[in-house]
Design a binder for this molecule. Structure first.
Ligand code: ADP
Ligand code: MG
Length: 684
């Protein structure tokens, strides 16, 4: 149970004064549902609120307030191109105010040519020009405070509005008992928890206070992992020694690469111990992780246990199922699949097979860990694309076996050690640093979206040669709906030319529908598959050797690399065409140039971390699970080792978290919603 002292923080945002239904949507988009979310919504910087009337050469990269005169409002015939307001400062320097995804009518309501207007926002260099994307229009009286915190916003909210909510949230926040070691607190000169938050919102540049709250979050994370570790040690695992009989009967069309062989041996070694394996298999897209997983699962089955493979999406689960069935064809074992959509009889059948042990290997999505699913003897779990597998999942998993199952996590994203620690605690690693033979790097080109016709012609020639292609549609930030609209529109234009050789798959489709589309593409019945990013991870159709990615500049590097990894899987030359929008920031330009230059996932991941600060890898953007909100990658790098030691020390001294500091630490676990491990204390 959550400690009572935290209740005020976990009340809904609507408990704050002035927060009515009209704010619900914008707040929801920012993930601000409860008061604690508002308190933890840290300012991204501050703004000089006294508007100036001249742009300076060094303004690029800064957030400023400025008085401008709109000179011209430019719209484009393409609905996807932005509306631009050309405006000048008092000296006649030009800046363009850029609006994506808003009708020109809306923009015209905000600006009148020739009439002074005061705006604020971040100035960017775009080619020779300066621009501000989605500036905020300042109203009379906004310029009274010299320095104002700016917050990450969504449409319908202003920084001031959020600032007022934050102030109320802080006021309601209780003083919490101290969970940080007194000596560390003194050494770093850290304020108490509540004071630290108040300080950050008052002065976004307060590095000491920021470090304190980041540490709190990292500490809670490490403590949760330390609890799982303590529990795992108590339970022990069980040694799985395969006799090789199943693996000997495998009939592979190729030999394992050296790296695959090495990884399989490392995994075999771990499985033969009673301590549960905790191993991460890293290998770039296309390096052949699935086969390594299959070998590991066979070891478990040889040893008389069951194995499970967890995939992040339904499409991928089904595909792994097909692949494994094919790979394992002819072996006397039973492979099944289970995802959220399997209901009724099908589901009952699988559940029974798992319980009575007639199913040896289960492939599925998170559904395979639901409470109702019981295994006769689960010995090994393989998790594909690990970043959605956190502490809560680890616990659900431990509960599934008589002993704690061995765990193999697989990822295509090279993760720095600090992040591995943050996700899993200590982990061993195997690397697939060698590609299967015969792979040629994907040839990548960057093309302006204005040359769409040429791209469609190239697609036509490609299809005429009997080859297949993916066409990935732009990721529009605002909503899933617009993603869908864009994909549907593109599928329609392509169908006008290529007829029923065009397939469409998107995230909103129901499972069976998705399968049917994927199956037709895999069978070569459709030539081009138009898709939103649902194809991102893992899909394998070797005859697809061209991928077109629209609005490539809106994707992260890691994501682009994943997408590009859909091609280049068979022999022969594959191509990737990255279409870019008209307005391109320096960063986007650099990112696309890097994609053109290299196929090396490790290099791309490093650059990605550098360019966008690791949010992607930390899982803050996509996974939706409690990721890090307060700790930046830099602070993680610095503070995680400290928290790692501190959490272990606390558990060594007070494994039941019963002492005064232990009790305070429990509060931290609940505050950061990493309390899943607390239940272990009672049972232990
Ligand atoms: P990923 O690591 O991205 O999950 P996959 O496991 O999907 O990669 O493998 C990519 C492709 O490489 C598949 O078509 C698979 O059959 C093939 N492959 C895997 N191992 C080898 C190998 N040793 N030799 C040749 N091809 C291989
Ligand atoms: Mg894979």
């Amino acid at each position: 149970m959550r400690p009572e002292i935290l209740n005020p923080l976990f009340a809904e945002v609507t408990a704050l004064k002035g927060v009515g239904p009209s704010l619900a949507k914008p707040l929801e988009r920012l993930g601000l549902a409860r008061i604690v979310d508002v308190a933890f919504h840290l300012p991204s910087g501050w703004i000089d609120r006294i508007p100036r009337d001249e742009l300076m050469a060094h303004d690029a990269g800064r957030t400023i307030a400025i008085t401008l005169t709109p000179r011209e409002i430019r719209t484009s015939s393409s609905p996807r191109a932005p509306t631009r307001v050309q405006a000048s400062d008092a000296l006649g320097n030009y800046v363009s105010l850029v609006f994506f995804g808003r009708s020109s009518g809306m923009v015209r309501k905000l600006f009148t040519v020739g009439e002074l207007v005061c705006v604020s926002g971040k100035v960017e260099q775009y080619g020779q020009e300066l621009q501000i994307i989605h500036p905020e229009i300042m109203e009379e009286g906004d310029g009274t405070r010299e320095r104002e915190a700016i917050y990450p916003l969504s449409e319908g909210l202003t920084s001031r509005r959020l600032g007022a909510m934050v102030a109320q949230a802080i006021e309601r926040a209780p003083d919490l008992p101290e969970w940080i070691e007194p000596s560390l607190l003194a050494q770093r000169d850290w304020p108490a928890w509540k004071a630290a938050l108040a300080r950050i919102h008052a002065d976004p540049s307060d590095a000491v206070a920021r470090a304190r709250v980041a540490y709190d979050e990292i500490f809670a994370n490490q403590l949760a992992l330390a609890l799982v570790r303590q529990d795992t040690r108590r339970r022990r695992g069980r040694a799985l020694k395969g006799d090789g009989l199943l693996r000997d009967r495998l009939n592979l069309p190729y030999a394992l690469t050296g790296a695959q062989g090495r990884s399989v041996r490392e995994i075999e070694g771990d499985l033969a111990q009673d301590a549960p394996m905790l191993r991460l298999l890293q290998g770039d897209v296309g390096s052949g992780k699935t086969l390594v997983a299959a070998m590991a699962l066979l070891v478990a089955v040889e040893a008389g246990a069951q194995g499970a493979l967890l995939a992040p999406t339904e499409i991928l689960a089904r595909q792994h199922y097909e692949t494994l069935r094919e790979t394992l064809a002819g072996l006397p074992i039973n492979v099944a699949v289970l995802t959220g959509r399997d209901k009724g009889r099908v589901r009952e059948g699988v559940l029974m097979g798992l319980a009575d042990g007639s199913i040896d290997i289960l492939i599925g999505t998170h559904a395979i860990f639901q409470e109702a699913v019981t295994y006769r003897d689960l010995g090994l779990v393989v998790v594909d694309e690990q970043h959605r597998f956190g502490v809560a999942e680890r616990l659900a998993l431990s509960a599934k076996g008589k002993t704690t199952p061995h765990l193999l996590a697989m990822t295509a994203t090279p993760i720095p050690r600090t992040l591995v620690l943050a996700q899993h605690g200590e982990m061993d690693q195997s690397r697939l640093d060698e590609m299967p033979p015969g792979r040629e790097p994907v040839e990548t080109r960057v093309i302006s979206e204005e040359r769409l016709d040429e791209v469609v012609n190239a697609l036509g020639r490609h299809l005429a040669e009997g080859k297949q292609a993916y066409w990935v549609c732009p990721l529009v930030e605002e909503s899933e709906k617009s993603d869908l609209a864009a994909a549907e529109a593109r599928a329609a234009t392509l169908a006008a030319r290529f007829g029923d050789r065009v397939g469409l798959v998107h995230g909103r489709m129901r499972g069976p529908e998705k399968d049917a589309v994927m199956a037709r593409f895999a069978a070569g019945e459709t030539g081009v598959l138009v898709a939103t990013t649902v194809i991102e991870v893992g899909v394998n159709v070797p005859n697809a050797t061209l991928i077109v990615i629209e609005h490539a500049d809106r994707f992260g590097l890691a994501q682009l690399h994943q997408l590009r990894g859909r091609v280049g899987r068979g022999g022969g030359q594959s191509r990737c065409l990255l279409m870019r929008g008209a307005a391109l920031s320096e960063t986007s330009r650099a990112r696309l140039a890097l994609m053109r230059e290299t196929n090396d996932g490790f290099r791309i991941a490093e650059e990605d971390l550098r360019l966008r600060g690791g949010g992607e890898l930390l899982g803050t953007r996509q996974s939706g699970e409690a990721a890090f909100r307060l700790a930046t990658p830099e602070l993680l790098g610095e503070l995680l080792p400290v928290a790692f030691d501190d959490a272990r020390l606390l558990i060594d001294r007070d494994g039941g978290l019963a002492g005064a500091r232990g009790q305070a630490a429990r509060v931290a676990l609940y505050l950061f919603e990493r309390d899943a491990g607390v239940a272990l204390l009672r049972s232990g």
